[in-house]
Design a protein around this ligand. Sequence first.
Ligand code: ADP
Ligand code: MG
Length: 331
Amino acid sequence: EALINRIAAGEVVERPASAVKELVENAIDAGAGRIRIDIADGGKTLIRITDDGCGIPPADLPVALARHATSKLDGSDLLNIHSFGFRGEALASLAAVGRLELTSRAAGHEAARIRVNGGRAGEVEPAALREGTVVELRDLFHATPARLKFLRTERAESQAISDVVKRLAMAEPAVGFILRDISGGGEGRLILRADSEGGDLFDALGARLARIMGRDFIDNALGIDATREGIRLHGYAALPTYSRGAAVAQFLFVNGRPVKDRALTGALRAAYQDVLSRDRHPAAALFIDCPTDLVDVNVHPAKAEVRFREPGVVRGLIVTALRHGLAGAGH
Ligand code: ADP
Ligand code: MG
């Protein structure tokens, strides 16, 4: 069992950033208003996620750690990706590749904690916690030195974690995020801070994007909002006059979930082909919202690819909406 768990875990947990992604998604799913992420040594020795979400009752702590245990699947909507996690294996996988400690307090319950070491869960114990959940993952891949060897430098792993948190923060403007590196002890070094953005959602998104991508991006971007055949595209795309040097800043989301998808970036490129030279990448943060039966994001657990039932419609929507916006802005 432990070996099978470790093999399967490798599918989900490739590096510290993938652990952070799963844990932050869980916090978002739990309705957290504030999420704090502390890491040490690029997440290799410590990842700690603290949220103020709904918490887990003591009796459910061992259940949450079991493989394929999820509170989010009702069987009727297998492709529902509005809820981030839907595989019910993240915590089990993480517990198989690191030392995991789960402390939580649900409304109407006492706080409790469970620890998993070497794949074996201990007893549920009383703990002190005011609200929400704290997941602590220490010594990732300590039991699999071969995988540990494949991790990159502390700097590179920290960067990957920061990228993951940025993307999730862009998708959830109403949630406050703090990412700190506590390798040096004490309060640690602040890597990213994005407080909850109030206001109506479009403004909140603009404010959050300004925070993450820079004020100059929003000041030099088109607001996009278009719908075709039940699929909505909204967000911001840079004017062709806006340049941010060599950095590629393209952020794409499908049903609130960050994705990396060649077909979508290809559509973005096509929209700009007459106004931007081929070697430049338009900065953009675009959100596609589409009925869950028209999209499958469950192509591979650790990869952020998507498969649309009607790829042509999505491509057409992106190209048309952006060209229309660019033309309206005189480009
Ligand atoms: P999934 O997210 O796919 O359901 P996970 O293994 O990530 O599977 O989590 C298992 C279960 O543990 C979740 O379904 C949820 O009930 C509970 N859980 C995990 N993290 C949290 C959290 N931060 N707050 C509340 N509940 C959580
Ligand atoms: Mg999950």
